[in-house]
Structures are given as C-alpha cells and as structure tokens.
Ligand binder design. Structure first.
Ligand code: HEC
Length: 174
C-alpha cells in the first residue's frame, strides 16, 4: 500500500525537504501533484503538530532517508530494534540506560543527547546521524568509531539495518 505513494512523496521531499524528518510536512503541499497523497489538512505545519495522515507522514520520512527506504519493513524494524532495547529507549524523553535515549536520532549530531556520558571517541567523531552513518554504525560500531563504548556486535543483514533505521526515523518523528 505504501509503495504506491513513493515516487510522488520522494519528489516532494527532495524538492522541499531540508533534510530532517521534522521538515517533511513542508514538502507536502499539493502543488503540481497529479495524485493526492497528502491527506493532511495542515501542510504548512510540521508533522509533529499537524497530526496528519500517518501513512503519508511515514512515507515522506522514509523518502527523505533515501530511495532504498521506500520498501522498508517497519514491522521488521521494530523486531530488530528489540536488540537495541537492552541498552536504548526510543520514546520521547525516555531514560538513558546503558546507552543514550535515541528519540530523534535521525538527523542529530552524534553524542548530542543531554545528560548521557558519551565516550570521548564518539563525542569527537564529528558524525551526524543520517541513513548512511547509521547504517555503518549499526553494521559495525567499532569500525566506524574505534574505541566507542557501544558493545554491540552489529547487524550483518543490510535489510535489517535499513528496517531498523526506518523504524527509528518513523517512530520518533512525532
Ligand atoms: C550493549 C548495549 C548496546 C546495544 C545492544 C546497542 N547500543 Fe547503541 N549505544 C550504546 C552505548 C553505550 C552508546 C554510547 C557509545 C559511546 O558513547 O561511545 C550507544 C550509542 C548509540 C548511538 C549513538 C547515539 C548518539 O547520541 O550519538 C546510536 C545511533 C545507537 N547506539 C544505536 C543503536 C542501535 C540502532 C542498536 C540496535 C541495533 C544499538 N544501538 C544497540 C549501547 C548499546
């Protein structure tokens, strides 16, 4: 179902999206679109406030991650995220546990969550968490940032990584 919407949404997102998931609602005014996918009535507001249609919001977020993400399986992403939950919360304002809360991680600068004591290596990495850097991190955190403190073996399967990144992006966009 979501797949039909992708070409249009990705065009809009590429045209107007500044990069972060929070901006995606601005990419939705109908403009020259031939098919209506924007069921949200508040296209000039950020998705967070607009409370717009969940599917089109999610699809715009996925499109902003990259074309590969259009087919992301959010159910599998949620399952994969269970591996992260022993150390990470994802909810807004969730506690830092072994690792930092990951709400809004997509688009954030590395090591920027308030109140978590990061390793120097991650703090000084200069990374910004986009689809590509998250993919590399989740595949092998030690290879991306040697000496960091995330003791996680990595997800070897590229689709599992894609799905968990998509899940984090969609789950924390509101
Ligand atoms: C064994 C505990 C553990 C597991 C499991 C784990 N992490 Fe982490 N994660 C950490 C720790 C600790 C850090 C902070 C690393 C540092 O400061 O060097 C971290 C950092 C991160 C960061 C960077 C956060 C920031 O604010 O810059 C991301 C993104 C992340 N983890 C994603 C994941 C994902 C996705 C999974 C599951 C696929 C996962 N982690 C599994 C412990 C874990």
């Amino acid at each position: 179902m979501l797949r039909n919407l992708v070409p249009l949404v990705s065009t809009l997102a590429l045209t107007a999206c500044g990069g972060g998931p929070d901006n995606t609602a601005e990419a939705e005014p109908s403009g020259p679109a031939t098919e209506t996918v924007t069921e949200t009535s508040a296209a000039d507001q950020p998705a967070a406030e607009a409370g717009g249609d969940a599917d089109s919001d999610a699809q715009a977020i996925l499109a902003a991650l990259g074309s590969d993400y259009a087919d992301a399986d959010l159910g599998n992403g949620a399952r994969q995220f269970r591996r992260c939950q022993s150390c990470h919360t994802l909810n807004d304002g969730g506690r830092h546990t072994v690792g930092p809360n990951l709400h809004g991680i997509v688009g954030a600068a590395a090591a920027s969550a308030e109140g978590f004591s990061y390793s120097r290596q991650l703090s000084e990495s200069g990374l910004v968490w986009d689809a590509a850097t998250l993919d590399a991190w989740i595949e092998n955190p030690r290879a991306l940032v040697p000496g960091n403190r995330m003791s996680f073996v990595g997800l070897r399967d590229a689709q599992d990584r894609r799905d968990v990144i998509a899940y984090m992006a969609v789950e924390t966009a509101d």
